[in-house]
Design a protein around this ligand. Structure first.
Ligand SMILES: Nc1ncnc2c1ncn2[C@@H]1O[C@H](COP(=O)(O)OP(=O)(O)OP(=O)(O)O)[C@@H](O)[C@H]1O
Ligand SMILES: [Mg+2]
Length: 363
C-alpha cells in the first residue's frame, strides 16, 4: 500500500460502527472510536458493558458482526477481512493474566522475546529487566505461576507482553488486584515504559481515578456504545449526561431553573457553560466545587459526616431562599468534601460558596 506523504498519517486504531452479538445478546451496538498513535486511552464502564469483548475484537480473538477495525489505515477486521491475531503486532494482557502454568515466571516472560535478539543468557537478563518494570524482583523468575498471587500473575503477563514490543498494547484491568500503594507504583512504571517506547495503549479499568490519571483520552462505555470520549478533564468536568457524570465520580445534582447561562437553585445562581437546554434542568456540580467559607452567601446545617482520613464527607441541608426574580427556591441536601472534620460537626451551621461552573442536563 502506498501512502501520499501530503496526507496526515492515519490514526493508529480506527473502530467504525463495531457491533457484536452473543446469541440474542447485543454486546456492542455500533461503536466508533479513533485512537492516535502513541496515546493512552482508558475505557471505563460498568461490568458487562462489553469492554473485554471490545479488546478481544481489536486483538483479533473475536470477529465483529458488523463494522470495521483498522490499524494504521489498514482494515484488519470487517468488510470480509480478518487478519489473524498474531499478524496484528498487538500486545494483549487478558483480565485473568493467562500464564503458561508449566513454565517458570522467567520463562513465561522470556517466551515473548525475539530469540535472535535475545539468545539464552541475554533472555534471562532481559526477563529480569522486564520484571523490574512491573515491580517484581529477580527472585520471582524461578517461581511457578501457581506460587504467585493474582496481582503478581497479572504483572508477569504484563512483563511478557511488554517484551514483545507491540506497537499497540491492550490491557484489561492489569492493576485491579493490587493494593493502593503498589498499584500507583506499578501504574507509573508501566506508563513510563509504554510512553518511552511510544506504545499506543488501551487500558480497561473499573477505577475512575485510574482512568482519569493514566489516560490521555477516556472513553465511557455504556450498554455497548461509547457514551462519551474526551480528555480526562473534559469528561470529568463536562460529562455528556447524568449517568456519565455519576459514573466518573461523586456528583451533586440539584433541581434548577436555567435562564440563559445562569441556573437558579438552592445554591444560588450558578453559571453554566454553553447550556444545551433551558428551563427546568438538573444541575451538576462536583463536590469539591462547594466550599465551606466564612461570609459565603449560602447557609446550611450539617446533617451527617463520614470520616475518610484525609477528608470528611459532609451532608448538608441547604436553606431555601429566593431567586433573582423573587421566586422561592426550595432547600436541598448536598454532600461535599472537606479536609477538616472539626469544622463540620453534626448540627453546625455553615456558610458555603460555589466555585466554577455547573453542567445542566435536561430534567
Ligand atoms: N463468549 C461469550 N459468549 C456469550 N456471552 C458472552 C461471551 N463473552 C461475553 N459475553 C457476554 O457479553 C457481555 C459483555 O461481556 P464483557 O466481558 O465484554 O464485559 P466487560 O465490560 O468486560 O465486563 P467486566 O467489567 O465484568 O469484565 C456480558 O453480558 C457477557 O456475559
Ligand atoms: Mg471484562
Amino acid at each position: 500500500m502506498t501512502t501520499d506523504p501530503r496526507l496526515p498519517a492515519p490514526n493508529h486504531l480506527e473502530l467504525l460502527n463495531v457491533a457484536k452479538n452473543f446469541g440474542s445478546t447485543q454486546v456492542l451496538r455500533g461503536l466508533t472510536l479513533s485512537v492516535q498513535r502513541g496515546i493512552t486511552t482508558a475505557i471505563v464502564g460498568p461490568s458487562g458493558s462489553g469492554k473485554t469483548t471490545l479488546l478481544r475484537i481489536i486483538a483479533g480473538f473475536e470477529a465483529p458482526d458488523a463494522g470495521t477495525v483498522a490499524l494504521a489505515g489498514r482494515t484488519v477486521a470487517g468488510d470480509g477481512i480478518h487478519v489473524p491475531a498474531y499478524q496484528r503486532n498487538i500486545g494483549y494482557v487478558a483480565q485473568d493474566g493467562a500464564l503458561f502454568p508449566h513454565l517458570s515466571v522467567g520463562q513465561n516472560v522470556a517466551f515473548g522475546l525475539d530469540h535472535q535478539e535475545y539468545p539464552r543468557r541475554a533472555a534471562r537478563a532481559r526477563a529480569a529487566e522486564l520484571l523490574a518494570k512491573v515491580s517484581l524482583g529477580a527472585s520471582y523468575a524461578d517461581r511457578r505461576p501457581d506460587e504467585l498471587s493474582g496481582g503478581q500473575q497479572q504483572r508477569v503477563a504484563l512483563a511478557r507482553a511488554l517484551g514483545r514490543r507491540p506497537s499497540l498494547m491492550l490491557l484489561d484491568e492489569p492493576f485491579s488486584a493490587l493494593d493502593a500503594g503498589l498499584r500507583m507504583a506499578t501504574r507509573k512504571s508501566v506508563a513510563k515504559t509504554l510512553a518511552e517506547n511510544r506504545v499506543t495503549t488501551i487500558l480497561v479499568t473499573h477505577d475512575q481515578s485510574e482512568a482519569l490519571s493514566f489516560a490521555d483520552q477516556v472513553a465511557v462505555m455504556r450498554q455497548g456504545i461509547l457514551a462519551q470520549v474526551g480528555s480526562p478533564f473534559v469528561v470529568y468536568t463536562r460529562p455528556a449526561d447524568r449517568e456519565t457524570a455519576e459514573f466518573l465520580g461523586d456528583a451533586v445534582i440539584l433541581e434548577a431553573d436555567l435562564r440563559g447561562s445562569l441556573a437558579m437553585c438552592a445554591l444560588g445562581g450558578i453559571p453554566v457553560r454553553r447550556p444545551t437546554c433551558q428551563g427546568k434542568v438538573h444541575l451538576m456540580l462536583r463536590p469539591e466545587q462547594i466550599r465551606i467559607a466564612e461570609g459565603g452567601s449560602i447557609r446550611g446545617t450539617v446533617l451527617e459526616t463520614d470520616f475518610f482520613g484525609p477528608e470528611v464527607t459532609v451532608k448538608i441541608r441547604l436553606e431555601g431562599g429566593f431567586d433573582a426574580v423573587g421566586d422561592p427556591v426550595e432547600g436541598a441536601v448536598v454532600t461535599i468534601r472537606h479536609w477538616n472534620a472539626m469544622m463540620a460537626r453534626v448540627g453546625t451551621e455553615l456558610h458555603l460558596r460555589v466555585v466554577g461552573e455547573g453542567v445542566a442536563f435536561p430534567a
